[in-house]
Design a protein around this ligand. Structure first.
Ligand code: GLU
Length: 478
């Protein structure tokens, strides 16, 4: 059987990190085995419909290079790939399942979705002891023909223990009495997840189902449906949750970053992808930096971890820094440009700024903090000119800047090499240490003790006019 995996997101309007990781593992299982990766949109919960959400899913997957072989936009042999367009299919199979004894019609007034959040006692009762189970199929179909609203509920007719195998968790045993007889088809004719996932995974010939381990407890219910239809269940790969800390799941609703949020903050999509690949999967070697193509070659789902993975932003930052340093100067500059907004209208050398920043930052968002002093010179205290190691103090600084000002005014070739050589000569000619010139110039240009780049690099970024202006301002202070 050909390996076929599917990513089946619900269009929520953002890409949760855990979902993107599931997509990645699905993609990798398919690609590592020469199989197909299918995109299916699970939009049967119309209450949660968000305009433009499907587009975000398309864009995110494309942005990280996870191209799908079949999906809503490109079609395929098993479409449609949007669940709301498959309504007739689910209805057909729901009625068939009733005929086969795997489900029954229910006419009770009830809550229809499977959320357990505000479940009341009556609902719990129906789920475990539905009076409608006693209505014959003929009688129920008459009521339906008369226009009475109905739902289709699963029958759990087995007792004892259900056993199934999972690639990550091994053999899992669950008692049938723990399973509720939940709704499979709602009164609006749309299926619940519990039914749609089985029908679609079967009809789309999905070989491996990868999903969060919160679905483990419902899997025996899905297996009963497979069994009643005489279908073979897929290979199950349940993955541990992505956690914010030991006790809390990572959740967009609680303010944790989605993929889009991370990209907006200046994380590179490739770095995020690399990081989440390792969040729950162990390559078994020391290698940490993987391109998607490399992952496609070495991914094995047997190496997925059982234990929950904690999303470690410090590690992601470090990894993002590695990716930033691996960019060409040109690529980095293009990515950095939108983060130079505060410098708009200034005549600064932004290429020079990019080359100073690239080795120093981990996330593009750091640029704002690192360049604030360029947008506006901070109102610094002259005590900043005091530096024992550099053998400078406000007095030495005054002398140094007085010497440097005319020299700088005369420089025509405003490059780092030339400026550095010029200021070094100035120091030598005046029997000063290099630092006694360079340190005061750097303070004058930045108003900061630590800066990205040295004195002459800052001068190149600021340009001649602004450099001269800032040196003069320092002299006024001194
Ligand atoms: N629509 C489900 C979700 O977003 C898919 C779960 C699955 O992959 O089966 O959680």
């Amino acid at each position: 059987m050909k390996t076929r995996t599917r990513f089946a997101p619900s269009p929520t309007g953002y890409m949760h990190i855990g979902n993107l990781r599931t997509a990645l593992y699905e993609y990798l299982i398919a690609k590592a085995n020469g199989g197909d990766f299918i995109l299916r949109i699970e939009d049967t919960d119309q209450k949660r419909y968000v305009e433009g959400a499907t587009d975000i899913i398309f864009k995110t997957l494309k942005r990280v290079g996870m191209n799908w072989d079949e999906g809503p936009d490109i079609g395929g042999n098993f479409g449609p790939y949007v669940q709301s367009e498959r309504k007739a299919i689910y209805a057909e199979y729901a009625h068939k399942l009733v005929d086969l004894g795997g489900a029954h019609y229910c006419f009770c007034a009830h809550k229809e979705d499977d959320s357990t959040d505000d479940e009341n006692e009556a609902e719990a009762h129906i789920k475990f002891k539905d009076p409608c189970k006693n209505i014959s199929v003929e009688e129920a179909r008459k009521r339906i023909a008369n226009g009475e609203p109905f739902v289709v509920r699963q029958n759990i007719n087995k007792t004892g223990t259900s056993v199934f195998h999972d690639v990550v968790y091994g053999d899992i045993e669950i008692d049938y009495d723990e399973l509720d007889e939940g709704v499979l088809l709602k009164s609006d004719g749309l299926p619940t997840y519990n039914f749609a996932n089985v029908v679609d995974d079967h009809l789309m010939q999905i070989s491996h189902v990868v999903r969060g381990n919160e679905y483990i407890s419902s899997t025996p219910k899905y297996n009963l449906i497979y069994e009643t239809f005489g279908w073979t269940p897929p290979t199950y790969v349940h993955v541990a949750q992505v956690m914010k800390d030991a006790h809390h799941k990572l959740s967009k609703r609680n303010g944790d970053a989605s993929f889009q949020d991370l990209v907006a903050k200046g994380y590179l999509p490739e770095a995020v992808l690399n990081y989440i690949a390792l969040l729950g999967w162990n390559p078994g070697t020391e290698q940490e930096i993987f391109s998607l193509q490399e992952l496609e070659k070495c991914f094995e789902c047997e190496k997925l971890n059982k234990s929950p993975a904690i999303f470690d932003i410090t590690k992601l930052k470090w990894m993002n820094g590695c990716y930033i340093r691996n960019l060409s100067a040109d690529e980095f500059h293009k990515l950095a440009l939108p983060f130079y907004e505060a410098l708009q209208g200034k005549n600064y050398n932004l290429e020079a700024l990019s080359s100073v920043l690239q080795p120093r930052i981990e996330v593009l968002n750091d640029i704002a903090d690192q360049t604030e002093f360029l947008a506006q010179l901070p109102d610094y205290d002259i005590a900043l000119f005091e530096n024992k190691k550099m053998k400078t103090n406000p007095e030495v600084a005054k002398q140094a800047l007085e010497l440097a000002l005319p020299v700088l005014q005369n420089v025509t070739e405003w490059t780092n090499e030339n400026l550095f050589a010029t200021l070094k000569d100035l120091a030598v000619n005046n029997e000063l240490k290099n630092g006694q010139i360079l340190y005061p110039v750097r303070i004058a240009l930045s108003g900061l003790e630590t800066t990205p780049g040295g004195a002459t690099e800052l001068a190149v970024i600021l340009g001649k006019d602004e450099t001269i202006k800032r040196v003069k301002q320092a002299l006024n202070k001194l």
